[in-house]
Design a protein around this ligand. Structure first.
Ligand code: MTE
Length: 329
């Protein structure tokens, strides 16, 4: 994730900051070096993924493995080519484990069993449910979604999981509930990034209840027909494909139904750069870069960004005033 430019200097050590221009410059440099060596840019990622494969092999088997692959929902399919699995699982944003893309090895430290998910707040049936019980109760399916990071990289991957509304139905939101707040784990002993005291841990995100009830809002438990890797947010993350990727919070422990719009992680860090709504729109630039184009991981070409990341038909009805620019940052 990109760190904001207008941070108070006392808040952030420069060594922890990757400025976007530097990050892109560095990527270009690495790309050039790799090309000179006759390698694909993905080559260095491949090494990283092999190292991770070894680390993952040493981890205990995932008890939900037999549930995958789930049947694909034809309503949410996209033609191949998709993003290669090794890139989807080897190029990640998970600031709890580092403010760079190569966090997959560090993320293996996250214990994902036992894991419970609490649904509370303005609901008739508050609950704390074991992740494996939840997986047995939910109708698992596979959906191929586009994912667009605010940093302009993108991917297309087959997620497995269940529609968020199925979980909300279990808890029965009260009439007064207007927002759904998601919260990640908090444990700086396994997630060194959480020792950065200037961030408002734990990572949180929120959407309106109407957005949460949209068919596209998906709770992810698997990737590429297998249990979700830790670096992608095991055992439970959100996928909101029409919004910038920072809304798709990983490793969720608590979901709270609330009346007032809650604070959310990046919005608190810098609300000017990371809005609450964060709907993808090529015409509304980030304060520090254009959002007009994006680059799919593993490709070398910038292609036009799509309004609502290509999901306008499904979600435009959620927003009565589509001209309101604050919806798109
Ligand atoms: N969730 C948590 N808990 N911590 C994070 O740093 N990063 C977000 C989102 N969810 C993040 C998170 C961002 S910026 C993006 S683009 C996606 O996760 C990246 O998901 P991926 O690594 O599976 O591609």
């Amino acid at each position: 994730m990109l760190l904001p430019s207008r941070r108070p200097r006392w808040k952030l050590a420069e060594s922890l900051v990757t400025d976007e221009r530097l990050a892109f410059g560095r990527r270009r440099l690495i790309g050039g070096m790799a090309a000179a060596a006759g390698l694909a840019v993905a080559g260095c990622k491949e090494e990283a993924s092999q190292a991770v494969a070894a680390t993952e092999a040493a981890a205990p088997a995932d008890p939900s493995a037999a549930l995958y692959p789930a049947a694909r929902n034809a309503a949410f399919d996209l033609p191949e080519p998709w993003t290669p699995e090794r890139l989807a699982a080897g190029y990640n944003n998970f600031i709890e484990f580092g403010s760079h893309k190569n966090i997959q090895r560090a993320a293996q430290a996250l214990p994902t069993r036992p894991w419970t998910v609490t649904v509370d707040g303005l609901v008739a049936e508050p609950m704390t449910i074991d992740i494996d019980d939840l997986l047995r109760r939910m109708p698992l399916e596979e959906r191929v979604y586009r994912h667009r990071c605010v940093e302009t990289w993108a991917m297309i991957v087959p997620w497995s999981g269940f529609a968020l509304r199925h979980l909300l139905d279990l808890a029965e939101p009260l009439a007064s509930a207007r927002y759904v707040l998601f919260q990640t784990f908090e444990d700086s002993a396994v997630a060194p990034g959480q020792r950065a005291f200037w961030y408002p841990w734990p990572y949180t995100e929120a959407v309106t209840l109407a957005e949460a009830g949209n068919d596209l809002a998906f709770m992810v438990t698997g990737l590429y027909g297998k249990p979700l890797p830790r670096q992608n947010g095991a055992p439970l993350r959100l996928a909101l494909p029409w919004k910038y990727g920072y809304k798709s919070i990983k490793s969720i422990e608590r979901i709270s139904l609330v009346e007032e719009r809650p604070d959310t992680f990046w919005n608190v860090v810098d609300g000017n750069e990371y809005g609450f709504w964060a709907n993808v729109n090529p015409a509304v630039p980030h304060p520090r870069w254009s959002q007009a184009t994006e680059r799919l991981l593993g490709t070398q070409e910038d292609v036009p960004t799509l309004l609502f990341n290509g999901y306008a038909e499904e979600v435009a009805g959620l927003y009565p005033n589509l001209m309101d620019k604050s919806l798109y940052r």
